[in-house]
Design a protein around this ligand. Structure first.
Ligand SMILES: [Zn+2]
Length: 253
């Protein structure tokens, strides 16, 4: 059935067929923090500690395989009231998967996540690598899998997976993370952003990869406290745009 749909649709969907894509939370006094690729014993406990200390909230886009490997960390995320959404099971590019593999990956991920929280509706997910967020084929396949899917994208990326590249010390990494936050806060478009961060980013080769998220988050939470910016979570009420050929988003890694 999906094959027929794709042949008909190619890369041309009418405006009403594109799924909503959330990129901002609206307003200038709030941001949404999101973490991809977790959970990880290197990062999740410290992230949760920092969020609690600053009375902040975040959305965790978990990989099914890692969630299955570290269930107690997922329990901790849920127990602290943070949102848990899907980031695929194996973290594969969804614009390169067959329709069957695509549906299996999403269903397998949700089967894991549903052990820890009710299945959300609308069904918010983040595509690994943002892959296919502007592809009619991926939108059609997602809609075929569940018709209430909303793609959670982002409006600010720290490109945090690069921060530890060629980094020889924790102190240097700290400086890089602090600088990244100073730069972000100076951006006039920062308020209302959905921020993209990673837990121990999949594919990172740096030995310091697991140290990035805690350092970046600590600097971020200190920074937004100075500006009186609060955290909010990504939800069905988050600002969503419907992608059409007339709408384009920032470049995606
Ligand atoms: Zn990812």
């Amino acid at each position: 059935m999906i094959g027929n749909l794709n042949r008909k649709l190619r890369n041309r969907l009418s405006d009403g067929d594109w799924l909503p894509i959330c990129t901002t939370v609206g307003g200038q006094n709030a941001i949404a923090i999101s973490f991809d690729d977790g959970p990880s014993p290197c990062t999740t406990p410290t992230i949760l500690h920092l969020l609690a200390r600053f009375d902040a909230t975040a959305a965790f886009f978990l990989c099914g395989e890692r969630a299955e490997r570290y269930p107690s960390l997922v329990e901790d995320i849920a127990a602290q009231g943070h949102a848990i959404y899907s980031h695929g099971y194996w973290h594969q590019r969804m614009d390169e998967m067959s329709p069957d593999a695509f549906a299996r990956d999403l269903a397998r991920t949700e089967a894991v996540l549903a052990r820890f929280r009710p299945t959300p509706s609308p069904y918010i997910l983040r595509l690994p690598y943002g892959s296919g967020h502007d592809s009619a084929r991926v939108h059609a396949q997602l809609r075929s899998w569940r018709d209430d899917v909303q793609i959670a994208h982002w409006s600010h990326s720290f490109e945090d997976w690069t921060l530890a590249d060629n980094c020889d010390s924790h102190a240097t990494l700290q400086i890089r993370c602090d600088d990244a936050i100073v730069t972000a806060l100076a951006d006039r478009g920062f308020g209302g952003s959905i921020l993209l961060l990673h837990e121990d980013a999949i594919g990172s080769a740096s030995a310091l990869s697991g140290a990035i998220a805690p350092l970046l988050l600590a600097a971020l939470l200190r920074g937004i406290a100075r500006y009186g910016i609060k955290t909010t979570t990504i939800s069905a009420s988050t600002d969503c745009s419907t992608l059409s050929r007339f709408v384009r988003f920032k470049a995606v890694r």
